[in-house]
Design a protein around this ligand. Structure first.
Ligand SMILES: Cc1cc2nc3c(=O)[nH]c(=O)nc-3n(C[C@H](O)[C@H](O)[C@H](O)COP(=O)(O)OP(=O)(O)OC[C@H]3O[C@@H](n4cnc5c(N)ncnc54)[C@H](O)[C@@H]3O)c2cc1C
Length: 668
């Protein structure tokens, strides 16, 4: 299982390499990453042919993806070859989910050097290199909807990652690639825990293939429940192993499964209420999984909390792991990739819809900054600590102190993001519906009614993405959500500010100009539902800017400051709420014993409202939180493979509040 809470946070170090021509070898293991003879032919023979993939792909249906899991991603050779071959043989409407695990990820430069010799891999390799994840522990999902491919790159220990995935007790995997350095050189994936988790995650008939024929590997796989066979090895190697799962292995439940949806829905239609960032990302996540989605909105899309002219893609780092910062870092990585891909596809226009360049978070010198100063050089593309002088040189504006430059992401126009996501051909948007409610109909579908009682849509899957409005729906009124007013100030640009190409953030934020205006923010009014624009909140915003950037002169425009008011929604633990909605009274009954024994493991499935999901509580970080929260939600609803470790799934699950209440001896 993965749960690094309270352990020091640090990026993963790239492996030290010795190059033999252009074939890398790991200095510690003293072994090459692939055959010096012909790594590509070896990969094809051992892994694709060893798992009979080309034959099996022809039978992949539209309902479920074909799932390959690779233990030992290495240079990415097996993944690139598999994707290249998948694109040649892809069945109509079929999709491939490729999971790869690596505890010492290569830098993209090293991966490129290792793989450029094969022109047949070039299209896949260049796409992958452009979206190569930073060496931050955890899962980095990369979706390629145009190829029908989802790639989950888990940077971490194989036994921990597979144990974490196996804890969901779902047989997801169709084929295994068991790669790594020679078992005699490095323990790597050659562990019983890994084999046991592989068996637990295997679909009936799942196959495996590996280059080795080591006796310990054969015995371990056999003990885990695989039928193991030998065949001729590649090149000078005498034998290699392959086989299939003989019997499903049931690992004992290590925690109460209150965060797991026991009844994923096999349906092709969904409705979503709310067309802000949450609704748009949820709709996109479902549509790219083949679901026809209807989005219903009270007013116009992106006119609620998502109506600011500009927002910054934020994250937050700490010197220690904890669910709040770990989710925010994971979400930031996915969001940066998502918006970069949208920009590359021409869905967002630079300068109008987004500005790259990242953002600088001012940060007083403290233990955290010192820790990050030491560790961030391991992830040079992600973030770096900067002195005040360096920030002044980069931006032309002197800040009150140094800070952290997060180099990915930047600013976005939330409405443009919503528009682009909602333009997916499988999404239909209905606006001006007025306040809608949701209820279950006699046929078990969810239907949304307007205030006159007319049913506007009905589907087996429904998602509430109405921000604080979810507390007005019967099934989710118990969620502990707060409404927080925020007013931004529209600062006309001037000579000093016009050069700004990176957002500057302290208590407030100042992005580069969009159309001659910087949308700076913002005030913070918990519980304040008013929407009137207030001069004192503009004064507050300008005051924050002046405190952060003391040399900056910001003369008030002749007509006074103007801006915009909107509302955020936050839960009492500041994390998003994303997942299936529990059936609260049945939940309280099923897990009642937690009141008396909070550590008790109750092996009972979570009672859920089948097909109903919620995505809200995006707080002040909707742009960065929404893409990952939407992925988690879509996977929960449909039974897909999670893009986060289990402790983060639990950290954002709607049921967490009900579980915590029981552990306090109460019930919601
Ligand atoms: C001042 C301010 C500054 C911010 N700055 C940033 C920033 O810099 N970076 C960042 O990432 N985030 C920022 N945020 C936060 C971000 O904007 C929010 O997290 C995000 O917009 C929330 O999206 P949402 O879809 O959950 O909510 P909303 O955008 O509010 O969408 C909910 C939608 O549901 C609709 N709805 C509600 N009830 C019903 C109903 N019953 N029937 C039908 N429709 C309904 C509403 O009309 C609305 O359109 C800021 C927010 C504010 C207010």
């Amino acid at each position: 299982m993965i749960n690094p809470t309270q352990k020091p946070w640090r990026p993963l170090a790239a492996p030290a390499l010795n190059w033999q021509e252009d074939v890398p070898a790991a200095a510690t293991a003293g072994d090459i990453y692939f055959s010096t003879e012909n790594g590509l032919a070896e990969s094809d023979y051992i892994f694709l042919q060893g798992n009979q993939l080309r034959d099996r792909w022809s039978t992949v249906g539209v309902e479920q993806p074909f799932v390959i899991a690779e233990v030992g991603f290495g240079t990415g050779l097996n993944a690139c070859l598999t994707l290249a071959e998948w694109l040649k043989d892809r069945p109509e409407g079929g999709s491939l989910h490729y999971i790869a695990i690596e505890h010492a990820p290569l830098s993209p430069d090293d991966a490129e050097r290792a793989l450029t010799r094969w022109p047949e891999l070039a299209p896949i390799l260049s796409s992958l290199l452009a979206r190569w994840p930073d060496p931050i522990p955890g899962c980095h999902r990369r979706r390629f909807p145009e190829w029908g491919v989802t790639l989950d790159l888990w940077w971490g220990d194989a036994a921990e990652v597979l144990g974490d995935l196996a804890s969901h007790a779902k047989p997801w995997v169709d084929a295994w690639y068991l790669d790594g350095f020679a078992p005699s050189r490095e323990q790597g994936p050659w562990q019983q825990d890994v084999y046991d988790a592989m068996a637990a995650l295997s679909q009936p008939g799942a196959t495996f293939a590996t280059f080795t024929a080591a006796g310990a590997v054969r015995r371990g796989l056999n003990a885990a429940g695989f039928t193991v066979r030998k065949r001729r090895g590649y090149g000078t190697k005498r034998d290699a192993l392959y086989g299939h799962v003989r019997e499903a292995m049931n690992l004992p439940n290590s925690m109460t499964p209150w965060d797991i949806n026991p009844q994923p829905v096999r349906a092709r239609r969904a409705l979503i209420i709310g067309a802000g960032l949450a609704g748009a990302h949820a709709a996109y996540a479902l549509a790219t999984r083949g679901i026809e989605v209807t989005v219903l909105e009270a007013g116009s899309a992106a006119t609620g909390g998502s109506s600011n002219l500009q927002g910054v893609t934020y994250t937050r780092l700490s010197h220690q792991h904890n669910p709040l910062t770990d989710f925010s870092v994971a979400a930031f990585g996915l969001a940066a990739d998502c918006y970069q891909s949208m920009a590359a596809a021409g869905q967002l226009t630079e300068g109008e819809d987004f500005g790259a360049g990242g953002y600088i978070q001012l940060h007083d010198d403290d233990e955290t900054l010192e820790h990050l100063r030491q560790t961030l050089p391991l992830a040079p593309g992600f973030a770096r600590v900067m002195r005040a002088e360096d920030i002044a040189e980069l931006t032309g504006i002197t800040p009150r102190c140094g800070g952290i430059h997060y180099q990915r992401g930047g600013w976005l126009n939330p409405a443009a993001v919503c528009r682009a996501l909602l333009s997916h051909p499988r999404i239909t948007v209905k606006e001006q519906c007025g306040a809608l409610s949701i209820e279950r109909s006699a046929d078990g579908h969810w239907q949304s009614r307007d205030c006159e009682g007319e049913v506007l849509a009905s589907a087996p899957i429904a998602v509430l993405a109405t921000a604080h409005g979810v507390t007005h729906q019967t099934d989710t009124e118990w969620l502990p959500l707060n409404l927080i007013r925020g007013q931004t100030t529209h600062i006309p640009t001037n000579d000093a500010l016009a050069k700004l190409h990176v957002s500057l953030c302290d208590k407030g934020y100042l992005p580069p100009a969009r159309g001659g205006v910087h949308c700076a923010g913002s005030s913070f009014g918990p519980g304040d539902t008013d929407t009137d624009e207030r001069p004192e909140e503009h004064t507050h915003n300008i005051g924050m800017m002046k405190a952060a950037l003391p040399d900056l002169t910001l003369p008030e425009p002749s007509g006074g400051w103007r801006g915009h008011v909107a509302h955020r929604c936050n839960s009492n633990d500041y994390l998003p709420v994303a997942g299936v909605v529990p059936d609260l009274s049945a939940f309280n009954a099923a897990y009642d014993r937690l009141r008396h024994d909070r550590k008790r493991l109750i092996d009972a499935p979570c009672p859920t409202l089948n097909g109903l999901g919620v995505l809200t509580s995006l707080g002040s970080r909707g742009l960065s939180a929404a893409p990952l929260a939407a992925e988690v939600l879509a996977d929960q609803l449909l039974g897909g493979i999670p893009a986060v470790p289990r402790y983060l799934q639990r950290a954002i699950a709607p049921a967490r509040f009900a579980e915590r209440a029981l552990k306090r001896g109460e019930s919601l």
